[in-house]
Design a protein around this ligand. Sequence first.
Ligand code: FES
Ligand code: FES
Length: 161
Amino acid sequence: MRLTVNGRVHDVTVRDDETLLELLRERLALTGTKLTCDRGECGACTVQLDDATVYSCLTLAVACDGAAVRTVEGLAPPGTLSPLQQAFIAHDAAQCGYCTPGQLVAAQALLDRNASPTEEEIRAAMSGNLCRCGTYPKIVTAIRAAAGTESGTAEETIRGA
Ligand code: FES
Ligand code: FES
């Protein structure tokens, strides 16, 4: 099968039961995408598959033949950070950081289809991505900042949450 990952074409032979997450992490060495629940509940493994975001732990690699995949490594050129990634840092939107790659991919997909999302739209779009550290208010603030719609500081958002 052939797929394009972060703009690079890969020709690979995959097992029938191999997941996209396994292919990315174990064979293409793209370890930014995280394995956590392995059953479609947390969103840590979120990647973009063509125009949709998917849980790569639940996506068979063979189903991605001909597709374009974007992982967290593809959000910005190597050695640089996208405005969204910079906003996550500026607004302290990661604690342990384990959920962060999936959060970033889901958030970037949202901003790509809606450049100025409301807080309600952000919360709806990010509802498939869990954060055990509870950084949700800061994640919303960071996304709003990246979109240029930030209305307050992270601390203000937390107080209002
Ligand atoms: S690891 Fe895929 S949804 Fe949790
Ligand atoms: S920052 Fe720790 S799980 Fe989200």
